[in-house]
Design a protein around this ligand. Sequence first.
Ligand SMILES: Cc1cc2nc3c(=O)[nH]c(=O)nc-3n(C[C@H](O)[C@H](O)[C@H](O)COP(=O)(O)O)c2cc1C
Length: 328
Amino acid sequence: MPDISTTYMGLKLKSPIIAASSGLTNSLEDIKKIEAAGAGAVVLKSLFEEEIITEMDRQMNKMHSENYLYPETMEFYENYDVDDTLTSYLKLINDVKRESNIPVIASINAITAHNWPYFAKSLEDAGADALELNISISPDNFEQSSEEYETTHFSIIKEVLKNVKIPVSIKISYYFSNLAGIIQKLSATGIAGLVLFNRFYSPDIDTESLEVVPTHIFSDKKDYILPLRWIGISSGTAKCDLSATTGVHDSNTMIKMILAGAKTVQIASSLYQNGVETIERYNREIEKWMNKKEFETIDQFWGILSQKQVSNPAGYFRLQFMKHFSNK
Ligand SMILES: Cc1cc2nc3c(=O)[nH]c(=O)nc-3n(C[C@H](O)[C@H](O)[C@H](O)COP(=O)(O)O)c2cc1C
């Protein structure tokens, strides 16, 4: 029987399939089902920085109104209401660590480099095995330069790494002017993992109602093409592990991602659409394919089709369909 266990950010995983951060990873009950189905790890639903800040402001105002003047920062945090978002999140980490064996990656939806010393450390103290920073800054600020946009990413990483010992990964978008260059630079900051790519909300236009409307929440199975290319381009030179997310809807695509150089895949849409139990089938299908190809371990085929390893590296870089159209 082939061995589908692997390592990611120094963690030992039973499978390369990770349940991505979503509403399905927000309760002990669901996480137990994900573990029973054979996932390698779980990324908890993100703790939203803005949400906590709003809540902290509310608490701060309450304390002021109760004549609790000028609280020292740590003192404030220590007296912080027990029934708040952060406390519930820490309790979830605690519960999952106590009642299951699945590696737990806590997730923060980060937009600034402030507030990190306390948040990141408390997630570590609660028992998280690793931390994923979902850096959700949309590059739609007309006043901001690309450099400032990039610098925010580095500042967030620096602040977090200063405060925790557990491995840290970042989940980024593909909105960078030189994606290959930034992936290299980010991978060399001391992070242990890079997750390519998160999905931003993109609106559509309804030509009947003449309104701007939300698009699909779930990815399409063809969306995997984008992360596949950038995993393939980056994996040979990145200084940290890579994880693929967006559009991974079947075991064949998972295998492609590993061949391109991803250590793990993170899936959400297919779990919503097919149920978390489907992870078990994906694991069996990966084993079946490994058997057929005579691979005994994941490492034996990991990255063998990355841009660095493949016999035709130009395939990853070609920008247009010149050959295709010239034959018409
Ligand atoms: C309903 C839903 C909620 C999500 N919530 C989060 C979140 O809180 N934090 C995060 O980093 N990603 C979140 N994601 C993104 C997923 O983690 C995943 O990266 C993305 O959906 C691409 O994977 P997929 O194509 O398998 O859906 C969410 C996705 C869905 C569908």
